[in-house]
Ligand binder design. Structure first.
Ligand SMILES: [Zn+2]
Length: 494
């Protein structure tokens, strides 16, 4: 550009003006290549003929495609040389490769000699993502699993509460969905491996444990209102992500990929009834498979009338209607201390590892309740009949001014839920009862492992203090004066 503009100094990476200059340069390159397309020696790649696709540029990564003949490659290279001479931007020969399909060895050798590029088999990384025509092999995904589970592995040496683990697993599963699943299909065995690590970590705190969990994984992966923890079912989520492409093809979204797919595969066929040819690539077949799944749930008209695609909505439809419990709003509410939530959830599902369950799976000998030394320890005993629990419960009832007799925790929750109290009051009470259940479980574990049983008064005092701290921290600002008064009076009694 020298004759036209005098250059005084160079640009550094990260300079705010550099993207603009870059776009101008790339525009010039695109135009050069466009002009080359009319050259008699140049021929398009057979699949790009209609869309006249040659360069794909993202930042300084460029993919160029053309027919696998020497004259075409040579013409393209000449255009590129002209670009280099004009702009001063050079191709890095070490970092460039070329890939061929159905091209003779002789032509490959000529291209190699003319370009100095390495000839490689089709599997490369573009912007950090693997690009290949076949299904990705499990071995090629090892890095991905490593990356995704790195955090879990780091944290597995720490002593984390269930809730902390739930959060961590959720963030890992979420990040898989949001990043990888949008772009390509991971093999099933890889997804299973990720699930295995998450499951082991959730229940044991170690990523490589094979002990069974308290609740089956498919039940954990249900929405909260359907008694789950709200994790996503990875494989179903994948289907929902791929459904996005099915939708894009249906509604002919304005992007390069959709145009290409229509030209190469769908052509004049009706997409909704389209069947992929046997020799089409694995990815395309997967997309068509997802379409057949969607056909069971949506009518063509319904599907095409979706003006905006939401992965979440399709996912919901895929997992289907689940019978809703309503206690999830109490158990997982913000006023409940985080580490009390998962224990509360397990008690609601009667899935804590109480002695009766441990005896059943053969890891412990039969023993009477460690808190009262009377009766067999199971959920009903521990949270209703046990003398110790009843004493704690009476103290809590006295504090809250409650007269009802629903001593068992799940029933207590249902009672709170159905009562005519305001939302804040209900959530406050849920926090207290979840805390109580947590404390009883804690005392029970102390009794087993350390042979100490704290007095109910001590537990009650501890619970009140914890609740006071929590409520002061997270109580919403916008509550009615009456609720505020009630909560103040509750906390004042601490
Ligand atoms: Zn007992």
């Amino acid at each position: 550009m020298d004759p036209y503009m005098a250059t005084l100094r160079g640009l550094r990476q990260g300079d705010p003006i550099s993207p603009l200059l870059f776009v101008i340069c790339m525009e010039y390159l695109s135009r050069l290549i466009r002009s080359m397309e009319d050259h008699p020696l140049f021929k398009f790649h057979p699949r790009c003929k209609k869309s006249k696709l040659t360069p794909m540029v993202f930042a300084d990564d460029i993919i160029l495609c053309c027919e696998g003949s020497f004259p075409s490659v040579y013409t393209m290279l000449k255009a590129f040389k002209l670009f280099s001479a004009t702009s001063g931007l050079q191709i890095s020969e070490q970092k460039s490769d070329f890939y061929t399909a159905g091209v003779s060895q002789e032509v490959i050798q000529r291209i190699k000699a003319a370009t100095n590029f390495a000839h490689n088999k089709l599997f490369f990384r573009y912007l950090g993502l693997p690009v290949c025509a076949r299904k990705i092999r499990v071995a090629e995904c090892n890095g991905i699993i490593e990356k995704m589970c790195a955090r879990i592995k780091v944290w597995s040496s720490r002593n984390l509460s269930y809730m902390a683990r739930v959060t961590l697993v959720n963030s890992v599963l979420l990040s898989i969905h949001q990043y990888w699943a949008q772009m390509f299909i991971l093999p099933k065995s890889v997804l299973k491996e990720i699930e295995k690590i998450c499951r082991a970590f959730l229940w044991t705190g170690e990523w490589n444990s094979s002990k069974p969990g308290n609740v089956a994984w498919e039940h954990v992966c249900l929405p909260k209102q359907a008694k789950g923890v709200g994790f996503r079912q990875i494989q179903t989520w994948y289907v929902a992500e791929i459904a996005k492409y099915v939708w894009a093809i249906s509604t002919k979204q304005n992007n390069l990929w959709v145009k290409l797919v229509h030209e190469v595969y769908v052509k004049d066929a009706r997409w909704w009834d389209y069947e992929p040819p046997i020799d089409s690539c694995w990815y395309w077949k997967q997309i068509c498979k997802v379409k057949s799944k969607l056909k069971l749930l949506y009518s063509e008209q319904e599907w095409n009338s979706l003006t905006k695609f939401s992965v979440q909505q399709v996912y919901k439809k895929l997992i289907g209607e689940q019978p809703a419990v309503h206690w999830d709003k109490l158990i997982w509410n913000r006023l409940v201390i985080p580490k009390h939530r998962v224990i509360g959830w397990l008690v609601m599902k009667q899935r804590l590892r109480t002695l009766d369950i441990l005896v059943k799976i053969g890891v412990q000998a039969l023993h009477s309740c460690h808190l009262c030394e009377q009766g067999i320890e199971n959920h009903n005993h521990l949270f209703i009949q046990c003398k110790y629990s009843t004493q704690c419960l009476d103290l809590v009832r006295g504090w809250m001014g409650m007269k009802n007799q629903h001593s068992i925790f799940p029933r207590q929750m249902l009672f709170i839920m159905k009562s005519k109290r305001t939302g804040v009051k209900k959530r406050f009470m849920a926090a207290v009862f979840s805390g109580l259940v947590y404390q009883i479980w804690w005392v029970r574990n102390e009794a087993i492992w350390n042979h100490v049983v704290s007095k109910p008064e001590f537990i009650f005092r501890k619970l009140k203090q914890l609740i006071q701290q929590r409520i002061r921290l997270v109580l919403p600002h916008k509550i009615t004066a009456r609720d505020q008064l009630w909560i103040d009076s509750m906390l004042a009694a601490v």
